[in-house]
Design a protein around this ligand. Structure first.
Ligand code: ADP
Length: 334
């Protein structure tokens, strides 16, 4: 746009000045021939601005459209996106229980499988850690659990019922996700934690204490405005708000996705402490390579190139599973 603005300004100026110079030259000739008075020439030049102004406006059309056309295209692309179906008639209300992935396959593009034939059971109240290299399909698996995409093969069941049969809103209400990419509204910490729910300050403060945000709250307050998408906060503080948000909503399933984390967002201690207390009854799925959390997990699922290449508990895997050791040693790079 800047380049176009420069180009537009230059051509505009050249044309207007050329035209004005031309009129001066022709006008001067008429004055020398005594056919026009000097006053008439100046009056003509003044009125000619109406013509040059119009020419310049026509030249500007291209420049204006160059800004509008991409936005319009984007707008129509967005409007053409398929809407999520929220058909509630005849659909089942979900009930917290065992989650299971059965022969699950998925591909974003045709003939390029991202997940193939995945079988994982997440029993009610279990703690599962997913590990695997970047691109092994961990986040895709979470997206499928949240029904952001539909599987291309196999199914996901909750209490034996295919999750696509549940009222989507109710099903998603059962799951809280604490991910790396958190959206915060330009509002108070309280609003960002409660979202649309009415929750008393005592519960909020308890969640803040559990998420490690309490120290910060005691410095500011729950009414501290976090700025556009949390601009006034550090990444760690944003993460803690997301964790507090998940805790106050008390969903039976909690997913921690820190697949791309390079920072020590939540300490292992904090999460481990919660796993045995606040999250004891909940089904927890964590994407992490932190050993302390891995040690506490009921099961560790190893993903590689969209397939499960191993599973078990830390003690067994760390003894004789070479792939597991490799994954852990390379954890930092994942
Ligand atoms: P992980 O979370 O283990 O790093 P992902 O689930 O994000 O892995 O990605 C798995 C594979 O799917 C990668 O090869 C990635 O390039 C591809 N992928 C992820 N998201 C998309 C998308 N929206 N469209 C197309 N391909 C995608």
């Amino acid at each position: 746009m800047n380049m176009l603005a420069q180009w537009n300004g230059i051509t505009d100026n050249i044309i207007v000045h050329l035209l004005t110079s031309l009129i001066y030259i022709i006008g001067a000739n008429f004055v020398f021939d005594m056919q026009l008075s000097v006053g008439s020439v100046f009056a003509f030049i003044t009125y000619s601005a109406y013509v040059t102004g119009t020419i310049s406006a026509i030249l500007n059309i291209g420049y204006l459209l160059s800004g509008i056309i991409p936005s319009t295209k984007r707008y129509y692309e967005f409007m053409a996106l398929e809407e999520e179906k929220e058909n509630e008639e005849g659909m089942t209300e979900p009930c917290f229980g065992d989650l299971e992935l059965q022969n699950l396959s998925f591909s974003y593009e045709k003939d390029k499988a991202v997940l193939s034939d995945i079988n994982i059971a997440f029993p009610k109240g279990s703690k599962t850690v997913l590990i695997g290299r970047n691109g092994s399909g961990k986040s895709t698996l979470i997206s499928l659990l949240l029904q952001l995409y539909q599987p291309t093969g196999g199914k996901i069941t909750l209490n034996g019922i295919d999750i696509s049969e549940f009222v989507l809103r109710e099903y998603r209400n059962m799951i809280s996700v604490v991910s790396q990419e958190i959206y915060l509204f330009n509002s108070s910490i309280r609003d960002n934690i409660c979202m649309y729910k009415n929750i008393d300050d005592k519960t909020i403060m308890e969640a803040c204490k559990d998420s490690g945000l309490a120290d910060f709250i005691s410095e500011v307050s729950l009414d501290y405005v976090v700025g556009q998408n949390g601009a006034m906060l550090s990444e760690g503080q944003k993460q803690k708000i997301a964790l507090a948000r998940a805790l106050v909503h008390n969903s039976p399933v909690i997913i921690f996705d820190e697949a791309t984390s390079n920072t020590d967002v939540y300490s292992e201690h904090q999460i481990n402490g919660l796993l045995h207390t606040k999250l004891k009854e909940k089904t927890v799925i964590i994407i992490t390579h932190k050993q302390e959390i891995l040690k506490e997990a009921d099961q560790i699922i190893m993903l590689k190139d969209g397939a499960v290449v191993g599973s078990g508990v830390y003690d067994d895997l760390s003894k004789d599973n070479l792939e597991f050791k490799n994954m852990l040693n390379m954890g930092e790079k994942y």
